[in-house]
Design a protein around this ligand. Structure first.
Ligand SMILES: [Zn+2]
Length: 406
C-alpha cells in the first residue's frame, strides 16, 4: 500500500492544483480585496432577469438585473442592458445617465466604447435629441466602420428628417455590407430613397435631374412603382405626353398588381389626347388577363358611368363586387350608378342578392405583433404565440369627410 502513497499524494496535489486554479480564474484582486468575477452573470438575479426579459416583463427584468448589477459594478453588459430597459420603459433620462456613466470608464476597449455609444445614441433618438443621436451614431461608425445597427439607425434618422441624400448614402454603405441574398431588398430601399431625391428635384423644378433620379430608381429595382408614376408626371410637365404614357405602360407590364395606381393618370391622358378608347382597351385587356382584377373593372365602370353608360358600368361593378365584396369604393360606385338609373327594382334586387351572403368582416382581427389575421378574437396568436395581441381592424373612410364635395 505504501508504494501507492507518493502517487496518491501527487494525484491529490494535482486535483487541489486544478481546483485552486479554477478558483483563481473566478476571483481577482480589486482595491485590496478579492472579488468574484463571475458573480453578476452567475447570480440567479441575472438569469431571472433574462427570463423576464424574454417574457417581455420589463419591470421585473429591471428589478432582477439591478440586483445582479449591484453585486458587480464592473459587469459592463449587465449595466448596458439595464440602461436599454430604462429606455424601453420610456425613462430616457435615466438611460442616458447610466450609459454616459459607463462611457466614463477608463478601461473600455474600442468595441465596448462603440457598443455603449450605440446605446446612448438610441437613448438620444428615443428622447428626440436628433442632433446628439446623429453625432453618437457617427462616432460609433468611426470606432467600428461596419456597425450595421448604427448605419440602420442613422438611415432612419435621416429619413425622419427628410435628409434623403444622407439616408441614401447610409443605406448604400449598408447595402455593401449585406449578404448577396439580402441585396435585392437593400436595392429596393435604395430605389425608394432615390425616388424621394427625385421628388425634391421636381419641387425645385429641376426636371432633368429628377428624370435621372427616377430612372436610377427603376434601374435599382424594376418594381419601384412610385418612380414610374413620378417619371411620367415629369414627362407630362415637360409636355411629353407620349413618353409619359410609355412609362406608365411599362409600369403596368412590370407590376400589373399595381397598375391601378396609374389608372387616373392614364384616363386623364387618354381623354386629353382625344383617345379615350385607349383607356377602355387597357382596362378590358387587364380584366381579360386577370379575371380577379376588380380595380380595372371599377376604373372602367367609372369611366363608362361618366360618359353616360351607367347600365354597362353597373354590370362591371357587380362583377367586381363578386371579386371583392369588402371594397367600399365598389359599393359607393354601385349606389351612384343605381341613382343614375333611378333605382330600377330588378337591379336593386340583384345588388341585394350579391351582398346577402358576403361576409363583410371576414378577418377583422389582426395581431399587433406579427399581423396574423383571424376572423375571431384570439387570446393567443397561433403565429407568434404572444398573448393578448389582437385588435379589431376598422375600415377607415375612403376620403376625409371635410374633402367630400357637397
Ligand atoms: Zn402574432
Amino acid at each position: 500500500m505504501s508504494s501507492y502513497a507518493p502517487l496518491l499524494a501527487a494525484l491529490v496535489a494535482l486535483l487541489a492544483g486544478l481546483t485552486i486554479g479554477k478558483a483563481w480564474e473566478r476571483y481577482k484582486l480589486k482595491d485590496g480585496g478579492w472579488i468574484d468575477r463571475r458573480r453578476a452573470r452567475e447570480s440567479p438575479h441575472y438569469i431571472l432577469g433574462l427570463n423576464f426579459l424574454v417574457a417581455n416583463q420589463i419591470d421585473l427584468a429591471i428589478e432582477e438585473l439591478s440586483k445582479a448589477a449591484s453585486l458587480d459594478g464592473d459587469a459592463l453588459e449587465v449595466h448596458m442592458i439595464l440602461g436599454n430597459l430604462y429606455r424601453e420603459k420610456g425613462q430616457v433620462g435615466k438611460a442616458i445617465t447610466l450609459h454616459q456613466t459607463l462611457l466614463q470608464r477608463p478601461n473600455l476597449s474600442k468595441l465596448e466604447h462603440a457598443n455603449v455609444l450605440l446605446c446612448l445614441g438610441l437613448d438620444y433618438k428615443r428622447g428626440g435629441f436628433v442632433d446628439r443621436a446623429l453625432e453618437a451614431f457617427n462616432e460609433v461608425l468611426r470606432l467600428d466602420t461596419t456597425n450595421e445597427y448604427a448605419l440602420l439607425n442613422l438611415q432612419k434618422l435621416h429619413e425622419e428628417q427628410h435628409q434623403w441624400t444622407e439616408a441614401y448614402d447610409t443605406r448604400h454603405r449598408l447595402s455593401k455590407l449585406a449578404d448577396i441574398e439580402a441585396r435585392p431588398q437593400s436595392h429596393a430601399i435604395l430605389a425608394f430613397l432615390e425616388n424621394e431625391i427625385g421628388l425634391e428635384a421636381v419641387r425645385r423644378k429641376e426636371y432633368a435631374d429628377a428624370i435621372r433620379r427616377f430612372e436610377a430608381a427603376i434601374d435599382l429595382d424594376a418594381r419601384a412603382v412610385p418612380a414610374y408614376l413620378n417619371l411620367g408626371d415629369v414627362r407630362v410637365m415637360q409636355g411629353n405626353e407620349r413618353e409619359a404614357a410609355a412609362v406608365w405602360d411599362r409600369l403596368i407590364e412590370i407590376a400589373p398588381d399595381r397598375a391601378y395606381l396609374a389608372f387616373d393618370r392614364l384616363e386623364a391622358l387618354a381623354i386629353r389626347t382625344g383617345n379615350p378608347d385607349r383607356f377602355t382597351k387597357l382596362c378590358r385587356r387587364l380584366i381579360d388577363e386577370n379575371a380577379q382584377d376588380w380595380r380595372a373593372r371599377l376604373a372602367l365602370s367609372r369611366h363608362l358611368a361618366a360618359s353616360g353608360h351607367p347600365r354597362e358600368a353597373l354590370d362591371l361593378l357587380f362583377a367586381a363586387l363578386v371579386q371583392n365584396p369588402h371594397a367600399l369604393s365598389i359599393h359607393q360606385a354601385i349606389w351612384r350608378a343605381l341613382g343614375q338609373l333611378h333605382h330600377p327594382a330588378a337591379l336593386v334586387d340583384r345588388y341585394g342578392e350579391l351582398t346577402q351572403h358576403a361576409v363583410f368582416y371576414l378577418d377583422p382581427h389582426v395581431c399587433m405583433r406579427c399581423r396574423y389575421r383571424s376572423t375571431e378574437l384570439l387570446w393567443q396568436c397561433p403565429h407568434c404565440h404572444d398573448w393578448n395581441t389582437f385588435v379589431e381592424e376598422r375600415i377607415a373612410p375612403a376620403q376625409d369627410p371635410t374633402e367630400v364635395e357637397v
